[in-house]
Design a protein around this ligand. Structure first.
Ligand code: C5P
Length: 238
């Protein structure tokens, strides 16, 4: 069975590297994966990866959602892989040739495909000339990503069960929007408890504010872990 340290990822949505390092030092014995987003990476530069590793991060997840021509994405993936990034997001909307170019340069870095941004509903897709509905588009892109050879996908709590059924048991599914049943949802619209996300097939749960903004972060994490343990029905995807 996966341990909670393998199941949870802390989203380092903080303004500077010093705050990010402080969180890694505080939490690295209980959380294995730390996510660096576009904002922190752009503000602090590539050295953020080395510094978080030195602070104790076992697995560094860089969420840059790369989307460009195949040659550019391939060489960017190579540079990030050399930097020691463990997990990296690329956008499946870039097409299968782009995904193949990324895979060819990924080395030990594992690539996660982003399908459709959860900020895009059917009307927003139509506005940019995409007539399909978001769920259909998620399915199509998830299938294309897995056929191309990606071994992981990012999916919202609302779509994880459907995507798990589509891609089978071996693909890693990374899910944000994790909240306890009694918590406020913040601006997250599609939320799930850790236990439910696990039951539905999520393998890595991304948590930000429920830990970062808690008055007692360690106690908040314990409650999330307890809920996750309750989600083990013996048939989970771990
Ligand atoms: O604070 P919270 O737990 O909502 O943080 C979730 C993290 O997951 C943030 O870093 C956010 O950018 C990311 N994310 C998300 N929803 C998506 C994709 C990524 O909340 N659909």
């Amino acid at each position: 069975m996966t341990s909670p340290a393998d199941a949870f990822c802390l989203a380092l949505d903080v303004p500077d590297v010093a705050s990010a390092e402080a969180w890694v030092r505080r939490a690295h014995q209980r959380i294995g994966t730390f996510k660096v987003g576009l904002q922190l990476f752009c503000a602090e530069g590539p050295d953020v990866v080395r510094r978080l590793r030195a602070a104790g991060a076992r697995c560094i997840f860089l969420d840059l959602k790369l989307h460009d021509i195949p040659n550019t994405v391939g060489s960017t993936v190579r540079a990030l892989s050399h930097l020691g990034v463990d997990l990296l997001t690329i956008h499946t909307a870039g097409g299968t040739e782009m995904m193949r170019a990324a895979l060819a340069e990924s080395g030990p870095t594992r690539l996660l495909g982003v399908t459709v941004l959860t900020s895009l509903d059917a009307a927003a897709l139509a506005e940019i000339g995409d007539a399909s509905n978001p769920a259909l588009q998620v399915d199509r892109r998830a299938a294309a990503a897995v056929q191309t050879g990606l071994t992981g996908l990012v999916c919202s709590a609302a779509e994880v069960a459907r995507v798990r059924a589509l891609v089978g048991p071996d693909v890693a599914l990374v899910t944000p929007g994790i909240r306890l049943a009694d918590a406020a949802g913040d601006d997250q619209k599609r939320v799930a408890t850790p236990g439910r996300a696990r039951r539905e097939g999520a393998t890595l749960l991304v948590v930000g504010r429920p830990v970062l903004a808690a008055t007692d972060w360690a106690a908040a994490l314990t409650r999330l872990e307890d809920d996750w343990r309750g989600g083990d029905d013996g048939h989970g995807a771990d």
